[in-house]
Every structure is written in C-alpha cells, then in structure tokens.
Ligand binder design. Structure first.
Ligand SMILES: NC(=O)c1ccc[n+]([C@@H]2O[C@H](COP(=O)([O-])OP(=O)(O)OC[C@H]3O[C@@H](n4cnc5c(N)ncnc54)[C@H](OP(=O)(O)O)[C@@H]3O)[C@@H](O)[C@H]2O)c1
Length: 326
C-alpha cells in the first residue's frame, strides 16, 4: 500500500503539543472525485484554533491539520469530465497539511496559470476576507479613510493593497517600528505604533478627515483605540482576536458617536452566500494576484518534517506567511 506523510492531531490542545507527523494510506479517487497532490500549504491562526479546540467549527478526531493550500490534480475517478491532470486547484480545506487528498470534481477551485504557486497557497482565506471587509459593510469611496490593526498580517497586507486599488486610504496599527517602511512600500498610507498614543494625533495624520471603518483582528487595547478614533456613525468589524482578550467597548464613544460593532467570519459567509458571490470574490482576488496588484510576502518555507520549526517561526514576530511543503 502506498503511503503519504500527514500532519495530524488526536486531541485538541496547543499545536506544538498535539501535532504529529504520521504516515497514512494515499486515498484513491472514487467516482466523481479527483486525487490532488499538495504543492504548498499555508499556516494560519485559524489552524491553531482548530487544533486547540477554540475555533467556530471543529473537526472530528483524529484530524489532519491545515485549511489552506494549493495542489495539482494527479488522477481522475470514474466519470470525471472537464478536469485535466496537472491542473492546479485549491487543496482540501478540511486538512491541507497532507500530501494527497481526494475532492469532488464538481467543487474544485481552479487556480489561474499566471499566479505563482506560493501566492496561490495563500489566496483562499485571507485575501477574500480582506475583500469582504472592504466591500460588505459600507460603500467606501476613493479618498475615504479606514483603520486596521495587525497591519502586517496577511489580511492586513491584503487590505492595504486592495484599499490602495480602490483609492481608499489606510491607517495600519503595528507592534514594531521595523514594519513601518515595508508596509508603506506595499501601499500603506499611515502606519502607527500600538501603544504610542497615535490616537491623539490621528486627525493630523488623515488631514482632518474622519475614519469611517475599523477592522479589528486583535482585541484588547488595540480595538478600544480604534473605537476612540472612528468618526460618528462609524463601524468596527471584528474578525479575529489575536490577543485572546475580550473586545471591551468604551461606553461613551459607543453612545455619543453612535458606533456600530459587527463581526465577520469568511466560513459563515461562504455557507450563506448565494448567486456565485464566493466565485466572484475569488475571481476578483485571482485577478489582483494575476495583474500583480496583490502580493503577500513569505517569511519562511518548511517541509512537513520540519513542522516544529515552522510552528516556532509562525509564532515569532515576522512579516509574511509560513508555508509548508510535503
Ligand atoms: N473571521 C474570518 O473569517 C477570518 C479570516 C481570515 C483571518 N482571520 C483572522 O485575521 C487575523 C489575521 O490572520 P492572518 O492569517 O492574516 O495572520 P498572520 O499573517 O498569521 O499574522 C498574525 C498577525 O497577528 C498579530 N499578532 C499575533 N499575536 C498578537 C498579539 N498577542 N497581539 C497583537 N497582535 C498579535 C501579528 O503581529 P506581530 O507580527 O506583531 O506578532 C500579525 O500581525 C487572525 O486573527 C485570523 O484569525 C479571520
């Protein structure tokens, strides 16, 4: 029997403690399925949530970890038409850290040829989330200002580049001075340091224009700072909680500035979206990757057998994603 390497966990817990490199049989495609070989997978914070048991939906155990990656079609099951071996497609989102998977042929997401494989591996979660954050909550116009924290995250970098393409201007909160220039080189308008008291001078930074939308994936003091700088009637969308702290709100700002606090989850959006909305978002994301107006940096690339180093790198300060290869 042919076997493959997989990164799997048998219990929920901290990633470094529960994840194991194992050998499992290579799955064969059933009728209507294709077999896909992984090229490159990404490591995302939600992979940790699925491993530690705190994510919005959890796999049954034992579970192959990982949700995002790109692979190549290796074999076709009986009756599959319209798919050719060698085409690149999204790998399984129910276990991306394995060498082979089988997917229904009628649900494949094909990757355009022009997109580099490493970029494609990071295309399916964070860029469409950034797209939704910029398009679903208000009708942003060229010249509007928004604020976001975790400006150096993959979502943050996609927001910067997508906002730039829309003519929307960004204030990005980061935790290290060394990130300021690299973010500006990617199109960030203003980059501020968390905890520096930037809120007091925000009107000078934006030329006295209000901030209409705040994007929060951090929580704690970082999220409260956003609420204090939003213009009256502004909206804060929370889609992550990197500090692990609850998002508290400053009562008087909520009342006197009539602020709205909402949540976003790409997985739920995909479940509910109708009329090809997800395909349209992915087409828009792919177009930006194809024409070069969206690029995500890579901080490191590791083989499955180096997964402990990969996790350690992911958990360190960095600018760019950590990628895994079989
Ligand atoms: N709701 C959704 O549908 C959805 C979809 C995609 C992503 N997300 C969320 O969006 C966020 C970013 O994801 P990503 O893949 O783009 O991230 P990423 O590229 O892995 O980067 C992680 C970011 O989190 C920051 N961070 C880590 N620990 C932190 C802490 N204790 N306090 C403040 N900041 C901290 C990092 O800043 P440093 O470099 O300073 O450590 C970095 O900016 C995550 O919370 C993720 O779960 C949500």
């Amino acid at each position: 029997m042919k076997t493959q390497q997989v990164l799997r966990h048998h219990a929920f817990g901290e990633a470094g403690a529960v994840l194991r490199l194992e050998w499992l049989p290579i799955p064969e495609p059933k009728a209507g399925e294709v077999q896909v070989r992984l090229l490159v997978a990404a490591i995302n914070p939600s992979d940790y949530g699925r491993m530690n048991g705190r994510y919005g939906h959890l796999p049954s155990l034992p579970a192959v970890a990982g949700r995002e990656g790109v692979g190549v079609v290796e074999a076709l099951g009986a009756g599959v038409k319209g798919v050719v071996c060698g085409q690149r497609v999204r790998f399984s989102d129910a276990g991306a850290w394995q060498t082979f998977c089988c997917l229904p042929a009628d649900a494949l997401v094909f990757v355009p040829e022009e997109i580099p494989t490493d970029q494609a591996a990071m295309a399916f979660i964070n860029p469409p989330t950034a797209h939704c954050l910029l398009s679903q909550y208000m009708d942003l116009k060229a010249g509007d200002w928004i604020v976001q924290n975790a400006g150096n995250s993959a979502v943050g970098l996609a927001v910067i580049q997508m906002a730039k393409a829309m003519g929307v201007r960004t204030v990005s909160q980061v935790r290290r001075e060394a990130l300021v220039e690299p973010l500006k080189a990617l199109g960030a308008d203003v980059v501020v340091l968390e905890g520096s008291g930037w809120e007091a001078s925000v009107a000078d930074l934006t030329g006295q224009q209000g901030l209409r939308l705040a994007l929060n994936s951090v929580g704690g003091a970082s999220a409260i700072a956003q609420l204090k700088v939003l213009e009256a009637g502004g909206t804060q969308v929370t889609f992550g909680g990197m500090t692990g702290e609850a998002v508290r709100f400053p009562t008087r700002y909520i009342i006197f500035n009539d602020l709205r606090m909402l949540g976003f989850w790409w997985d739920a959006y995909c479940q509910k979206a109708q009329g090809g909305a997800v395909d349209a978002i992915m087409a828009s994301v792919f177009k930006m990757f194809t024409d070069g107006s969206l690029r995500l940096p890579i901080a490191g690339k590791y083989s499955f057998s180096e997964y402990k180093e990969a996790l350690a790198h992911h958990e360190s300060p960095r600018l760019g994603k950590i990628l895994l290869t079989p």
